[in-house]
Design a binder for this molecule. Sequence first.
Ligand SMILES: Cc1cc2nc3c(=O)[nH]c(=O)nc-3n(C[C@H](O)[C@H](O)[C@H](O)COP(=O)(O)OP(=O)(O)OC[C@H]3O[C@@H](n4cnc5c(N)ncnc54)[C@H](O)[C@@H]3O)c2cc1C
Length: 400
Amino acid sequence: MGGMRQRIVVAGGSLAGHSAVTELVGLVPEAEIVWVTGEQHRTYSKPALSKEFMQARNELSELMLPDIGGDLSNLRIVRRSCASLDTANRTVTLDDGEKIAFDQLLIATGAQARMPGMLRGVGGVFPLRTLDDAVAIRESLAGRPKVLVVGGGLIGCELAASMRTLGLEVTLVERLDTLLDRPFGGAFGSYFLDLHRANGVDLVMDAMVERVSLNDGRVAAVELADGAKIETQLVVVGAGSEPCTQWLEGSGLIVADGVVCDSYLATSMPGIFAAGDVARWTNPIYDLQMRVEHWTNASAQGRAAARNLAASATGRQELRKPFADVPYFWSDQYGQKIQMVGWHQGHDRVELDRSADAPGPLARFYRDGRMIAAAGVNVPRIVMRLRRQIEEEARAQEAA
Ligand SMILES: Cc1cc2nc3c(=O)[nH]c(=O)nc-3n(C[C@H](O)[C@H](O)[C@H](O)COP(=O)(O)OP(=O)(O)OC[C@H]3O[C@@H](n4cnc5c(N)ncnc54)[C@H](O)[C@@H]3O)c2cc1C
């Protein structure tokens, strides 16, 4: 880009974009920052959408992140989406055709809900990724529908718990014979089955939705692969998510289930960084590439990518730092505080700890004798101590 002043474009108006812009406004006040949010709403936080907000225990205003502070005279907020990226000419084209030239770009376009083909566009069927999705689901609860949850991952299990907390009749269909298999590495399978059964969820395991029956254009029942039919008036789908990288097709950036980055969150093109659910970066703690879809990761990565971008924009090398982190997330189901730290993929041993007087189970995951992850229910202090231990052991190993 010509001219004196550098222009930084940040794409994505959720948590990672918000924390990046907050950091950039303070770090490079002389630069022009264009924040393309892809959102009509102010930045909101997503974890409560499936929990407190779904249970009508908090209101819209409580979801909102604070407005960006400081001198905002160089910040332009654009409530549109990026349609394509031209890395040769260093421009982003928006969905209304406007082209925005940039010197540096930070990609924080997150992820979107996956929707199985036969459920797409059917009345009474909803994914849950955005505030609009959550509002639509909440509105359709007024008629006290019989709810079918598709998928026993985090979103599906949290939705089932919220719907039961509201006293609704809930059936959950899951492809595997265990719940929350991927996030918790299979460690607490029977605990989660018991938890949801004890709270009245009708669990249909080892089952796939195959067809939908309609009544007046709205879902009336779903049919499973084994022919069983489940009547329902509301289907909520937690079938996983995929990174929002369609707009990067043809840009030349390396994309492989996320925007591929080095440990500095720098992409394969100079001056272009990524952060949050969309970024697949090399985490020095594990010396592995990973894409982490957690709140704390998006928040911390947004700031870290912004600092590395600022280093590239200003030459201030002291800002440049690899992003080394032990991932962390939590879930809340029926008031149980469920937490996971670390990266369990590739573990070769799990140690389960379930003493009779403990408030909930605890699991430690190991690879080659080294603890790489831990999970626990209602044991927050122990889980946080294990997080520090994982980090310290990794740093000691790196130093050695
Ligand atoms: C219902 C729900 C519950 C959750 N609960 C928890 C929890 O309990 N604990 C936890 O750790 N994590 C939880 N998460 C995950 C956490 O919310 C995410 O990790 C976090 O939102 C990621 O932030 P992000 O900014 O990277 O991406 P996203 O939140 O996905 O935001 C991406 C942003 O980019 C915008 N965008 C997309 N495409 C474009 C484009 N082409 N141009 C411009 N903008 C674009 C979108 O509109 C959006 O504003 C939950 C997520 C959901 C959906």
